[in-house]
Structures are given as structure tokens and as C-alpha cells.
Design a protein around this ligand. Structure first.
Ligand SMILES: [Zn+2]
Length: 120
């Protein structure tokens, strides 16, 4: 079963849940999430993202009306824990309309992130 946590607190999502210390951002990458505006459905399982995320170079590569997903990898130097944050948003002109954010704290996305070259 996939373990996930909806963001607990806007201000502490990059804190290590074991040590309660701020973690260091080690990598980030932008993906396209193939869902059109008006047809957004929340998904909280890592499997969905592994199957559907499409890597893009920049926001402009995402077709209008299509969702984006920012992936950030955080690392805790105290306990070597790492956490992956997904932020799903709709790029609207120069703004980002946030829909959902998820933290994966138990390596659920690791194989995918290694394939994508953002986790080593
Ligand atoms: Zn830690």
C-alpha cells in the first residue's frame, strides 16, 4: 500500500519528519501531468505519477490547459532520510494555480526518480 501524506503544514513540508530539522533541497525537476483543465482528478498514489509524469525542460513546453507537476527532492543530513514533494499546478500565464501537493517519505517514487536522473 502506498504511504503518503497530504502536506501537513505549508511551512514545514521540507522538514524531516524524524528529526524535525530543515532538510536541504538536492534536486528539482518539472514534469507535465497529462490532465486538462476542468478534468483534474486528485491522485495520491505514487503509481499514478510513475505512469503519467512526462519530463519537460521548462514550463513553456507544457501545452496550454495542461497540468504541471514540480518534483523536489529533499535530503536530511542528520538521518540521511529523503523526501519527495510533488506540487501539482496549472500554469496560467505567469502564474501557477496550485491544486495539490504530496509528500512521499518512504521511497515510493525512488525507482522512477532514478530513471529520471534526479535521485542517485
Ligand atoms: Zn532527519
Amino acid at each position: 500500500m502506498g504511504v503518503f501524506n497530504k502536506i501537513r503544514s505549508k511551512f514545514h513540508d521540507d522538514w524531516c519528519s524524524k528529526c524535525y530539522t530543515p532538510m536541504r533541497e538536492v534536486n528539482r525537476k518539472l514534469f507535465m501531468l497529462p490532465m486538462m483543465v476542468g478534468h483534474y482528478v486528485s491522485h495520491d498514489k505514487a503509481e499514478y505519477y510513475k505512469k503519467n509524469l512526462v519530463p519537460v525542460e521548462k514550463k513553456a513546453d507544457i501545452p496550454t490547459g495542461m497540468y504541471a507537476c514540480g518534483v523536489i527532492v529533499y535530503h536530511c543530513s542528520d538521518c540521511s532520510n529523503h523526501v519527495v514533494k510533488l506540487s501539482i499546478f496549472l500554469p496560467v500565464r505567469n502564474q501557477e494555480q496550485y491544486e495539490d501537493a504530496y509528500l512521499f517519505e518512504h521511497g515510493e517514487l525512488d525507482d522512477f526518480l532514478k530513471e529520471q536522473g534526479i535521485l542517485f
